[in-house]
Design a protein around this ligand. Structure first.
Ligand code: ES4
Ligand code: ZN
Length: 326
C-alpha cells in the first residue's frame, strides 16, 4: 500500500487545530463579500502570495486580519464544516478544535454566535461522518489575564459545550505565569487545560505550563529538546506534545522539515502527536503533515502507527469512546 493510503487508513485524532486557521482564502473572500467586510488583499491569489512568514508574529498579523470576514453564526458553521469535510477525507476520527473568542468579541461578534456556529458544525459532522469532536477555548496570551477572566465570564453559560481551555497567540514575553489565576479557576470549573509552550518560547515556558497552569498536554513543545532534564520528565510523565511539523517550518522554528526534531522527541520516548495547527496558512492538513514528515524524517510504519495511536490516547475522551479506535 502506498504511504498516503496507509496514513489515511490509520485512525487518528487531531488535537492541535485552530479553527480560524482553517479559513481558506476562497471561503474568506466568499464570506467577506457576503458580509461586506473589507480585506487587506484584492484576490485569493494575492492572499495566498502573502502567506510567507518570518516568525509567529508575522503569521498572527495575517491570521487575525483574515478572521475579520467571520461575523455570523452561519459563517462559523461554514468554516468548521469545511474543516470537517477535509478531516474526514484524511481519516480523522476525532478532532479537538481550538477557537479564539477574543478575536471575535473584540470586533463585536457575540460569544454565543461563535459557539453556536461551531457547535452546530460539530453535531452535523458527527451525524454525517461519525467524527466526534470537542471545543477548546483558547485565551490570547498577548492580552491581559483580566481580559481572559472577562472571556471566561462570557463562557460560563456555555460550559456544557466547552471541554477545555488553551493558551495561544504571541508566546515570547507572555509566559504561562501570566495566567496562573485564570487557569486555576478553569481547573476548578472542571475544564481540561492545555497551553502552547516551547514553540518560539524557551523550555522554561513548558515547565511553567506544567507546574503553574497544570496543563495536561503541551501544544508544540518542540523546544523541550534544548533541556535534557525536561525531556526526561516529559517522557516519564508521558505528557502528550501536539507537534505541528508544517507549521514549524512555515514559522521558521526549523529551517526545513528534514531538520525537524520530531523523531528525536519520539526516540526519547515522548508522547508525540502530529497535527496541522493552521492548515489554510501552513500548506497542509493533517494527512499532509504525516506524509511529508514521514518522508522527510524517514519514519517507519511502526513509528507512524505509534504517532497515530498517541493521538488516540491523548484525546480528551473516556475509555468507552476511545475503545473502538484502538
Ligand atoms: C497559532 Cl502556530 C500558533 N501559535 C500560537 N498561537 C496561534 N494561534 C493560531 N496559530
Ligand atoms: Zn497552535
Amino acid at each position: 500500500m502506498d504511504l498516503e493510503q496507509y496514513l489515511r487508513a490509520l485512525p487518528k485524532t487531531e488535537l492541535h487545530l485552530h479553527i480560524e486557521g482553517t479559513l481558506e482564502p476562497e471561503l474568506m473572500f466568499a464570506l467577506a463579500a457576503r458580509n461586506r467586510v473589507a480585506l487587506p488583499w484584492r484576490s485569493v491569489e494575492e492572499t495566498r502570495a502573502a502567506y510567507a512568514f518570518d516568525d509567529l508574529q508575522s503569521f498572527l498579523d495575517l491570521y487575525y486580519a483574515g478572521a475579520a470576514a467571520l461575523l455570523h453564526e452561519q459563517d462559523f458553521f461554514d468554516l468548521a464544516m469545511a474543516y470537517f469535510v477535509r478531516a474526514h477525507a484524511d481519516g480523522v476520527v476525532h478532532a479537538e478544535l481550538f477557537f479564539d473568542p477574543q478575536t471575535h468579541t473584540a470586533r463585536g461578534v457575540a460569544f454565543a454566535t461563535v459557539l453556536d456556529g461551531l457547535e452546530r458544525a460539530c453535531r452535523e459532522a458527527h451525524a454525517r461522518y461519525g467524527i466526534s469532536s470537542r471545543l477548546i477555548l483558547c485565551f490570547l496570551r498577548h492580552l491581559s489575564e483580566e481580559d481572559g477572566f472577562a472571556t471566561l465570564e462570557q463562557a460560563l453559560p456555555h460550559l456544557a459545550r466547552i471541554h477545555g481551555v488553551g493558551l495561544d497567540s504571541s508566546e515570547r514575553g507572555h509566559p504561562p505565569s501570566k495566567f496562573v489565576r485564570l487557569f486555576a479557576r478553569c481547573r476548578e470549573l472542571g475544564l481540561h487545560c492545555v497551553a502552547h509552550a516551547g514553540e518560539e518560547g524557551p523550555p522554561a515556558y513548558i515547565v511553567e505550563a506544567l507546574d503553574l497552569l497544570k496543563v495536561e498536554r503541551i501544544d508544540h513543545g518542540v523546544r523541550a529538546a534544548e533541556d535534557p532534564a525536561l525531556l526526561e520528565r516529559l517522557a516519564r510523565e508521558q505528557v502528550p506534545l501536539t507537534v505541528c511539523p508544517l507549521s514549524n517550518v512555515k514559522l521558521r522554528v526549523f529551517p526545513a522539515l528534514q531538520q525537524h526534531n520530531l523523531k528525536i522527541l519520539l526516540d526519547a520516548g515522548l508522547k508525540v502527536t502530529i497535527n496541522s495547527d493552521d492548515p489554510a496558512y501552513f500548506g497542509g492538513y493533517v494527512l499532509e503533515n504525516y506524509r511529508q514528515t514521514a518522508e522527510a524524517l524517514q519514519l517507519s510504519r511502526a513509528e507512524l502507527r505509534r504517532l497515530a495511536r498517541n493521538s488516540l490516547e491523548a484525546a480528551f475522551v473516556g475509555d468507552a469512546e476511545r475503545a473502538p479506535w484502538l
